[in-house]
Write a protein that binds this ligand. Structure first.
Ligand code: PDD
Length: 313
């Protein structure tokens, strides 16, 4: 069975999985989600994902429809039914369905869950492009409203890059679907887990790995102006794991990345043309096999231990 879906309390054939047209996820993006990796048939770091799901639901005042125990059982059952050892589980909780009206309706939340086989991208390094972080001020909540992230990823793809690196008021925040890390003289820097980034589960695990390895960590905003002093840059996320960056491109005409505030003019399209983008930062040979690769290796080893039912924390 290649993929499995669970919609409103029932496992259904993937092709049969439909959600109501008036689900508030469709109408308003009124819901939150999680994505977990399955290695060797077991969901990785699931308790941390469930903890964050609870925080996201509480933030938008949707009642958590399940206890942690119920979530673990449901996700375990979905993975078992899928018969997939290497997969992702995506699930979302919306505010339910009802006639379109902005204020919250009465009624129960809707859960949709999908298990899909997952093959990691063969790319072991990435190019990033700087793009303005035009998202709302609560990106720490993992909401369904990913239009700015989707546009940023597509803009990056069209520029030949794998990821967009967001800049907010001159500060590097995170990727469009990953957290961003910087290394200078052996010290790790990453944006604090405040309202301007998603507190990644992989970020949390990599902080733990860094502590184990005795790598000094500084959780503070890194300015674009500091980029030229950085030896290494990498992204982390459930699907990319630890992904070293080799080059960062930026459009020299679009000065948003230097400015404290975004310009007020309206661009004709939000999928920006980056054909004039130039290399703003590049990893030098000296940084190869640096801290990013060390953490990448530690991450892979932890996953191997997890597959063998050993402790990873
Ligand atoms: N995205 N920042 C953003 C904006 C993200 O969307 C993600 C993950 C992360 C990393 O979080 P984590 O380590 O918990 O995966 C950071 C998921 C994978 C997605 O939307 O598909």
């Amino acid at each position: 069975m290649p993929a499995i879906a669970y919609v409103n309390g029932q496992f259904v054939d993937f092709a049969e999985a439909v959600v109501p047209a008036e689900d508030r996820g469709h109408l308003f993006g009124d819901g939150v989600y999680e994505v977990v990796r399955v290695y060797g048939g077991r969901p990785f770091l699931l308790p941390w994902h469930l903890e964050r799901l609870g925080q996201s639901l509480a933030a938008v005042d949707i009642v958590n429809p399940h206890s942690e125990h119920e979530w673990v059982a449901l996700i375990g059952e979905a993975v078992r039914r899928s018969q997939e050892a290497e997969a992702t589980v995506y699930w979302q909780v919306t505010r339910g369905a009802g006639p379109r009206s902005h204020a919250f309706p009465a009624g129960a939340p809707h859960v949709t869950l999908i298990v899909r086989p997952f093959t990691p991208s063969p790319a072991s390094q990435a190019t990033a492009v700087l793009l303005p972080d035009e998202r709302w001020s609560h990106v720490w909540v993992k909401t369904l409203n990913l239009l700015p992230n989707v546009i940023a990823k597509e803009t990056a793809r069209r520029a030949g890059a794998e990821e967009a690196l967001f800049v907010r008021a001159g500060v590097l925040t995170e990727g469009s679907s990953s957290n961003a890390w910087f290394v200078r003289d052996g010290t790790l820097f990453t944006h604090p887990a405040d309202r301007h980034i998603l507190a990644g589960v992989t970020r949390r695990f990599v902080l733990h790995l860094a502590q184990q390895a005795g790598i000094p960590v500084c959780e503070r905003p890194v300015g674009v102006a500091e980029l030229s002093f950085m030896d290494e840059v990498f992204f982390t996320g459930t699907t990319v794991e630890v992904l070293p960056v080799t080059r960062i491109l930026a459009d020299p005409d679009a000065l948003f990345w230097q400015a404290a505030a975004l310009p007020a003019d309206r661009p004709a399209t939000l999928v920006r043309d980056l054909s004039r983008a130039r290399v703003l930062w590049e990893r030098t040979g000296a940084a190869v096999s640096g801290v990013a690769e060390q953490l990448q290796k530690m991450f892979t080893q932890a996953v191997e231990r997890f597959r063998n039912y050993e402790d990873v924390l």
